[in-house]
Write a protein that binds this ligand. Sequence first.
Ligand code: HSE
Length: 300
Amino acid sequence: MGVRVFAPATVANVACGFDVLGFAVDEPGDEVIMEKNDGKGVRIVEITGDDGRLSKDPAKNTVGVSVLKYLEHIGQPDLGIDIILHKKMPFGSGLGSSAASTVAGVFAVNELLGKPLRQEELLPFAIEGERIACGAAHADNVAPALYGGFVLIRSYEPLDVIRLNTPNDLFAAIVHPKVEVPTKDARSILRANVPMQQAIQQWGNLAGLIAGLYQEDYDLIGRSIEDVIIEPVRSILIPGYQDVKRVALEQGALGAGISGSGPSVFSLCKGEKSATAVGLAKKEMFAKYGIESDLFVSRV
Ligand code: HSE
């Protein structure tokens, strides 16, 4: 008997937490179906929804790599496993597409084998899948995809991941404009050094955001969603970004920013009604720039 696992989209960075903060949403997401076979080794038997772009070689595929690393770790590197991946998320969208695939894969193999590892022990394998997909082993998509809610990566070496409180009425409105921005490219344009003044602003905001999540203080959450380091550089890759962000704030969003490495634009809102209005306003603004987009509204 096989297993079928869904893993959700995620918003990484959340403005002020580049590479250290992310949250999961309900949809979209990817699905992995996995079963044992009588043969030897991992086979990717089918991939749908990728327009033929993903490799079926397990050593070159984000799901395959994380499953191979996992099997090596538990001492069963030759176990026969068949994988089907249903990609239901766009590439280069800033929604954590590769993370959803890799997390679904690692979670599925652990279930298939009767859960030899605890959920928190799965994270390093999912991070390896992310390394293959975008050249950087960042965890701010895979960790929230695995745990749900808001997650902080306090440290990468050693890996120290903290699940954060998420206020009940916090909703995300994410608009995905149909423009592709590969994470690799969006990382390559960033500056290596940060001026002290900007660093001070950024860590003040990050601390404020986390305090806001715990105090369930929606105003504090809103005024902490500010990115003075990454957004000024990356926003040039997103047509109409400043106008889209402006209408989100005018419509009552608590805050807005680039989702992961873009081009999706997220907003955090109090309540579903507000999130829907904010999302529709952003979608309309992208349309004014001649760009089609998809809207996802979800409780965080
Ligand atoms: N933290 C990563 C980045 C997330 O911004 O490059 C990529 O989705």
